[in-house]
Design a protein around this ligand. Structure first.
Ligand code: BYC
Length: 327
């Protein structure tokens, strides 16, 4: 804090809590070495870890189609997307580590269910069209949720979001383009695309989290400028953006009550079945057990890589690849 005053970045009172609040009020970023309330730290660890876990578990539904992509071009695109997701996860784990947790603690918490990952990754990918639906709807929803996080008060998370959103906008476009091709293909391909959209629409809306009236964390996270908008506002923004895109795709959305409301300037929607969301969060979605079991076995299979890396570090001390001492 004193360092900031010395740098002339902002006139921060020396009292720690007041200094923290002053940084928030000035819309400055909080950095890892700054003082922060423990509850702010805990909230960020929870959210960033959940986000990182979502990226890593989110590789599984699409990875399921890597060996069955319909062409070399589609396979190369999907491979790149799934690799991007691994990169996002690692980047986010690093952001969480700046808050004082270790990678091991974070992975343990994922594996034993103490930390969550996004509800959306507990659904199966039954056909190739699901890959397109994930890109269009799931990445589309993720971008709407994450663009405001580029202005999150915690610097490392905000900066991670800038890079991740850039890549996810490509992911969203590839999904849209893939679905467009199917929707304008044979009647069977059109039907497959429609079926995928029918199954992914409602879970994509649930991705934004519970209604604000039932959201435990929104009020405090908004005060801390971690969240910039409520869950309902972002969900509505996603619906408003997506309905016209569905029309261009030539596909329908599975909500008979979806209608333009000229008075509000938004689309009205039918009610979301929150009991489904609660069941998924309680571990009873269609694929919860399978996804965690797969993750745990991948982690166990990778034990030899971690052991080899540790042995190498031990043998070479704190030396970089060029053999020089790392300070
Ligand atoms: N799923 O008070 P609330 C991707 C929980 S991956 C599961 O509103 P908050 C991609 C919430 O944790 C991108 N749980 O919470 C990857 C809380 O539970 P606890 C994923 C959910 O944190 C691969 C309780 O419900 N994006 O793009 O203020 C392939 C109450 O909720 C969910 C992110 O992770 C959910 N959907 O707001 C393709 C974005 N929603 O902890 C694509 C970062 C809520 O009290 N995260 N819960 O037991 C966020 O922006 C916020 O954490 C949320 C929730 C808006 C999701």
């Amino acid at each position: 804090m004193q360092e900031r005053v010395a740098q002339g970045r902002t006139d921060v009172p020396l009292d720690l809590e007041a200094g923290f609040e002053a940084l928030l009020a000035a819309d400055e970023r909080i950095e890892p070495r700054d003082w922060m309330p423990e509850a702010y730290r805990a909230t960020l660890i929870r959210q960033i870890a959940q986000h990182a876990h979502s990226e890593i578990i989110g590789m599984q539904p699409e990875g399921n189609w890597l060996t069955r992509a319909p062409s070399l071009r589609r396979k190369a695109i999907l491979l790149a997307k799934v690799q991007d997701e691994a990169g996002h996860g690692l980047y986010l784990y690093s952001a969480a580590e700046t808050l004082g947790v270790t990678r091991e603690e974070l992975l343990d918490a994922l594996h034993n269910g103490r930390q969550r990952y996004s509800s959306i990754f507990n659904y199966p990918t039954l056909t190739w069209a699901d890959v397109g639906a994930i890109g269009w709807l799931v990445d589309g929803a993720a971008i709407v949720n994450q663009i405001p996080l580029t202005r999150c008060s915690y610097g490392p998370y905000a900066r991670a979001m800038v890079r991740i959103c850039k890549e996810e906008s490509f992911h969203q476009r590839q999904g849209y383009e893939s679905l467009y091709t199917l929707a304008h293909g044979t009647p069977e391909q059109h039907a497959m695309a429609q079926d995928a959209v029918d199954r992914w629409w409602w879970p994509s809306l649930m991705m934004f989290g519970p209604p604000d009236s039932a959201s435990a964390h929104t009020a405090r996270s908004t005060h801390w400028k971690i969240k910039r908008h409520g869950n309902d506002e972002l969900r509505q923004r996603f619906v408003d953006l997506t309905v016209p895109q569905a029309e261009v795709l030539g596909l329908t959305l599975p909500d008979p009550r979806l209608a333009w409301n000229a008075e509000t300037g938004h689309y009205d929607c039918g009610p979301i079945d929150w009991s489904e969301f609660e069941a998924v969060l309680a571990g009873n979605g269609p694929c919860n057990r399978q996804r965690i079991a797969r993750r745990v076995s991948a982690h166990e299979d990778g034990a030899w890589v971690r052991a080899a890396a540790a042995a190498y570090a031990e043998k070479h001390g704190h030396r970089g690849e060029d053999g020089r001492e790392i300070e």
